[in-house]
Ligand binder design. Structure first.
Ligand SMILES: NC(=O)C1=CN([C@@H]2O[C@H](COP(=O)(O)OP(=O)(O)OC[C@H]3O[C@@H](n4cnc5c(N)ncnc54)[C@H](OP(=O)(O)O)[C@@H]3O)[C@@H](O)[C@H]2O)C=CC1
Ligand SMILES: O=C(O)C1=N[C@H](C(=O)O)C[C@H](O)C1
Length: 272
């Protein structure tokens, strides 16, 4: 029992934090040893199980990342960019696997995560589900097979509490489409059309975001040409798919060499 890897969940009171805590608790392959929240959070000092409205589980919510990360083998982190950068530094110092589901990083943030990955294993993906990661591979193949007569548009929909757009998943799909076409996404990305935008530019990849209600996450990759259209679609109806993927990444990362990995590595979906 005590040989099982100890996992800390950050942002434990969040939508994903709660789902992750339940998923790790239910797993016979890992132990939940810590739950982290931001300083001053009302759950601090309470048992996580009772704070979530259930039975006591013997894990006290803390706001001290240093202490709890030092006791762990893995940190699973679905919070916000600034928090994740702080945890990445601590996980690198402690040589602890850091599984990052957080989205909304800018280029400077990503450089800092690359630096942290020189010292510890980081597994990061804007979407940890099997289905979306498979969809990225399909997107790359379809984009490689079609020419620029097919306009690529990515449409995503999420709940009304989401703070970043386009979603991390939409950006993964955009990267996959650009890679399939042999171009850099930053050179062809169309985001936030509004007003007199001019005609669509050939070869560009467009992004649109819908926000409403409790939508868990929906993504379409549209390849639209004159007279025909291909739509690749993923619909998430349960956050458990992300939590299961994150736990799988956590177990996969144990014992690996320091570096940056993603779910394509974890799931073995890369091309040889
Ligand atoms: N990769 C994937 O598969 C998925 C990624 N996500 C991403 O995960 C992230 C979280 O999503 P979601 O759970 O819906 O968001 P929530 O807002 O529900 O949860 C985020 C949690 O992180 C906490 N938090 C923020 N800063 C800190 C800090 N410094 N220390 C400790 N805790 C902190 C928040 O606390 P407070 O409320 O006090 O701010 C909150 O409890 C988002 O970036 C989202 O896009 C979501 C689903 C799947
Ligand atoms: O914030 C969310 O909820 C989600 N975020 C991820 C993203 O930005 O793509 C993954 C999933 O779609 C849910």
């Amino acid at each position: 029992m005590t040989d099982l890897p100890g996992i800390v969940i950050t942002g434990a009171s969040g939508r994903m934090g709660r789902m992750l805590a339940r998923t790790v608790q239910d797993s016979p392959r890992a132990r939940l040893i810590g739950a982290l929240e931001r300083p001053g959070h009302p759950w601090t000092g309470q048992d996580l199980g009772t704070a979530m409205g259930g039975a006591e589980i013997g894990v006290t919510v803390t706001d001290d990342p240093l202490e709890v990360i030092a006791r762990a083998q893995v940190v699973i982190d679905f919070t916000a960019p600034a928090a994740t950068l702080e945890f990445a530094t601590l996980a690198a110092q402690a040589r602890v696997v850091h599984v990052i589901g957080t989205t909304g990083f800018n280029a400077a943030d990503l450089k800092k995560l690359e630096a942290a990955a020189r010292h510890a294993v980081i597994v990061r993906a804007g979407n940890m589900s099997l289905g979306v990661n498979l969809l990225t591979q399909l997107t790359k193949r379809v984009a490689a097979a079609l020419d620029e007569d097919f306009d690529i548009e990515i449409v995503e929909a999420h709940h009304n509490q989401k703070v970043d757009a386009p979603s991390g998943t939409a950006l993964m799909l955009g990267e996959a489409a650009a890679e399939g076409r042999g171009v850099a996404l930053e050179n062809v990305s169309d985001r936030g059309r509004d007003g007199i935008t001019g005609k669509r530019e050939r070869g560009h990849i467009g992004f649109s975001a819908i926000r409403g209600g409790d939508i868990v996450g929906e993504h379409d990759v549209i390849f639209a040409a004159a007279g025909e259209r291909i739509v690749l679609r993923h619909i998430a109806t349960d956050r458990a798919i992300f939590a299961r993927g994150a736990l799988r990444a956590a177990l996969w990362g144990l014992g690996r060499k320091p570096g940056s990995y993603d779910m394509i590595d974890v799931l073995g979906l890369g091309e040889n």
